[in-house]
Unconditional design. Structure first.
Length: 85
């Protein structure tokens, strides 16, 4: 298992300053942690979002989804397509 900081490629900010981390489980699944809370993942090729409670978390989730090749236009679309209740 490896853990690395989520880098900014699609957003306007310079960095997430270590607040967004991606954990890979060794089987290709990736989980996104925002402030040490699991907020999203790509499990068996399917995007899942667990938490969009803050604007910062939304930025982290959008960046993560875009980097993994998923659509991430806005909060409403992300909730509709990926939110796990």
């Amino acid at each position: 298992m490896g853990r690395e900081e989520l880098q900014v490629k699609f957003g306007s900010q310079k960095s997430f300053y270590g607040k967004a981390q991606v954990l890979e489980n060794g089987m290709g699944d990736k989980m996104l942690f925002s402030y040490d809370v699991l907020v999203a993942g790509v499990i068996e090729g399917e995007a899942r979002v667990y938490n969009l409670k803050s604007a910062t978390t939304l930025r982290h989730v959008k960046e993560f989804l875009l980097q993994k090749g998923f659509k991430a236009e806005n909060k409403a679309q992300i909730k509709e397509d990926y939110l796990v209740s």
